[in-house]
Design a protein around this ligand. Structure first.
Ligand code: NIG
Ligand code: FE
Length: 405
């Protein structure tokens, strides 16, 4: 940012989609004043405060500005790939059958444990760069392919390193309760002991985890086991979230809500009671259309019920080597509309305002409003709907994080 006399700059000639609330629409002749990395003013040009009108300006020729995108659910750090399983699923094997036969998450655990830090970083950087190229300024990154103390911490350190390597805000999540590692076969409670007594405390002590997540499912952990993980997280002062109701209904979302979870994610098999519990707790529903698509799921999450109950809805890529080998958040917006029936406004709000809320960052980013970080995406399109509408198109003109291009 140009260090003017007042230290500010003004972006002019913008069509502004502030995404401050659902259905806000756009401001045709908008400006954004930025100072110290934060938004000082955003609104119609004629309302720009006089002292800011003296700051150096940059004209954007009528382009659309939205909040920079936020991917609030990813597994970006992992070793290897699972293209073989993709082929097996096409031959009829289910995600659960592959997992029970020792493939799935466990095969990525093997590849991740044997990868060096440098290899993990290089692989994740390629994926992160694809996201940044689409206007993502904040990304959540989970562990969960280590499933032992050393590798879980290594994954989280690599996630932190990604935030140093690029101009992007990285939020880390410890997902040690993702699957049962092979060496604990038949002893899943003992593995939960390891998670609660060793892995989470170590991650917290090193400042490596901003939140704690788990996978509550027949092929993973029970609600009782997840309740133990949540209690351990709370004792460490860490917020929680959960992969819930992806393949079946175990009441995971309601459990997460009772623990004050930031979000419950996937939710294809969520029922009305789960929706009500989430609404009461203010837990965000994170929809992951890439996993829905990849697993050829036919039961969609109960979007109408979520909407009716006022549950905030976010959209993310779930980028991972198994159920969602996708790094395009823009494509996720399209899928959220076409497959899950979100409106384009809901989809974009889900990858900005509500995604920020799902990360506990609602006061810092996710909308274009005075006081928030100047995390802004400027696009070569005219309306916000166009972002979700085309397939395979990347209309990004420029991404600003904290006001910096
Ligand atoms: O979000 N549901 C569990 N975890 C991931 C998939 C991980 C994997 O298959 O490697 C998900 O879909
Ligand atoms: Fe996931």
């Amino acid at each position: 940012m140009a260090a003017g006399f007042s230290g500010g700059q003004v972006l002019t000639g913008l069509r502004l989609a502030t995404m401050a609330a659902p259905g806000t629409g756009t401001i045709p002749d908008g400006v954004i004043a930025i100072r110290d990395g934060h938004i000082a003013f955003a609104g119609p040009a004629e309302e720009l405060p006089r002292e800011m009108a003296r700051w150096p300006g940059r004209d954007y020729g009528g382009r659309l500005a939205t909040p920079a995108l936020i991917d609030c659910h990813t597994h970006l750090v992992f070793g290897g790939h699972r293209a073989r399983e993709f082929a097996l699923r096409l031959e009829g094997a289910s995600y659960e059958e592959i997992a029970r036969a020792g493939g799935g998450i466990r095969s990525t655990v093997t590849a991740t444990r044997s990868a060096s830090d440098g290899e993990l970083l290089a692989g994740a950087l390629t994926r992160l760069d694809a996201m940044i190229a689409e206007g993502v300024a904040t990304v959540e990154i989970k562990s969960g392919y280590g499933l032992d103390l050393e590798t879980e911490l290594r994954m989280l350190r690599v996630a932190r390193a990604l935030g140093q390597a690029r101009q992007v805000r990285v939020v880390t999540t410890c997902l040690a309760a993702h699957a049962l590692p092979e060496e604990y076969t038949g002893r899943s409670d003992a593995y939960i002991d390891l998670v609660c007594d060793r892995i989470l405390p170590a991650a917290a002590a090193e400042g490596l985890a901003d939140a704690v997540d788990g996978f509550c499912e027949g092929i993973a952990f029970s609600p009782e086991q997840m309740a133990r993980v949540f209690a351990a997280a709370r004792a460490l002062g860490l917020p929680v979230k959960l992969h819930a109701e992806q393949l079946s209904n175990l009441g995971g979302a309601a459990l997460a809500a009772r623990h004050g979870a930031l979000s419950a994610d996937h939710l294809e098999y969520l029922d009305a009671a789960g929706v009500q519990a989430m609404a009461a707790a203010g837990t965000v529903a994170v929809l992951l259309p890439g996993a829905f698509y990849t697993l050829r799921e036919t039961q969609a999450p109960p979007v109408a019920l979520l909407r009716e109950a006022g549950v905030p809805i976010a959209v993310a890529t779930d980028a991972n080597p198994g159920s969602s080998p996708m790094t395009s958040l823009i494509l996720a917006l399209n899928m959220a509309c076409t497959l899950l029936r979100l409106t384009p406004d809901e989809a974009l709000g889900g990858a900005t305002r509500e995604a920020a809320r799902a990360l506990g960052l609602g006061a810092e980013t996710g909308t274009i409003e005075a006081g928030k970080a100047a995390d802004i995406a400027i696009w070569n399109i005219e309306t916000p709907e166009e972002l979700a509408y085309r397939i395979g198109d990347n209309p990004l003109h420029q991404r600003l994080t904290g006001g910096r291009a």
